[in-house]
Design a protein around this ligand. Sequence first.
Ligand SMILES: NC(=O)c1ccc[n+]([C@@H]2O[C@H](COP(=O)([O-])OP(=O)(O)OC[C@H]3O[C@@H](n4cnc5c(N)ncnc54)[C@H](OP(=O)(O)O)[C@@H]3O)[C@@H](O)[C@H]2O)c1
Length: 338
Amino acid sequence: MNYRLLGKTGIRVSELCLGTMTFGNEADRTTSFRIMDRFSDDGGNFVDTADIYNKGKSEEILGEWLKTRNREDFIIATKVRFRSGNGPNGIGLTRKHILHSIEKSLERLGTDYVDLLQVHAWDPLTPLEETMSALNSLVQNGKVRYIGASNFRGWQLALSLGISRSRGYAEFVSIQPQYSLLCRSTEFELIPLSMHENISVLPWSPLKGGLLSGKYSRDAGNMPEDSRIGRMLNRGGSQVFGINEEYTWKVINSLKDVAGAINRTPSQVALNWLLNREGVTSPIIGARNIAQLEDNLASTGWTLNKSDMDYLDSASKFFVTYPYDEESDNQQKDGRIP
Ligand SMILES: NC(=O)c1ccc[n+]([C@@H]2O[C@H](COP(=O)([O-])OP(=O)(O)OC[C@H]3O[C@@H](n4cnc5c(N)ncnc54)[C@H](OP(=O)(O)O)[C@@H]3O)[C@@H](O)[C@H]2O)c1
């Protein structure tokens, strides 16, 4: 496992972050412990959870596991924003809800501080100044070491940075967007902004919920029942994760071409592609058993060659329009970048 810098902090995080959304749901306590053991034995030190994952069970299991190790050795990231309390104020990015949620997270995690507190999504009701001030006070009192954002649009992230900077508050050091071979719109604004500002990009759903593991086939009747998408279809979903789109299967088939040619699994290739993308710090891998974790961990320690990267880039090329198209790009560089 290699380590990369978390934004402009001096903190070194493993190049794969372990997502714990399955803990307390698809993965019971014993399996979750085994997943954590295996990840940390491999050198993984970066773990992502949220106050709302499985009604707090994910944080609880992670907290119990941390007692078996030296807490200081891990970079623990959690989140706040969605409903974690009761009534009209048990949700959102108000000072009240942020302070309430972090206390509960610390209790469940059995720790005095989290390394990274991320706002889970934009809150259209709370003034951004209030949110950034509440987050800053948590950094000042030490309950939170660094702050990050998730699911923000480019302008929302830029605005947040501007407020922090003008007031001397702690700034976001990371962004956690959805990003994979099947979700490249993140490249429009978030990646260039993050690179410009030296903010870490931590992609969630790097396998698009398991689609990029290659275990699904186009025939909906053929979806493995014991899988995330199979379960969603059984619950009555139909258009989940773009499974009816031509584009989705074109990307998956190209991924399988590359995987077959280099004797790797589609998951390993999809994760390695992300690890090589500009601006990406640590994809957040998800697993519900050891076999999946081991498959995903084997995405490190090697690099896709340029022709395979180009092949995958071109298969997953998406429609871009003004002001992100090539003409606009050339206009911006005109006479400035050789
Ligand atoms: N900020 C946000 O809004 C947000 C949203 C979502 C996730 N996240 C974070 O990102 C983490 C990862 O997200 P994700 O779980 O959606 O990631 P993902 O890698 O896209 O999907 C993980 C799921 O795919 C299947 N899978 C994983 N590896 C596999 C393999 N090697 N072979 C076959 N199937 C495999 C498993 O589901 P089945 O076996 O059940 O099919 C697993 O639970 C989460 O744990 C969470 O920390 C954040």
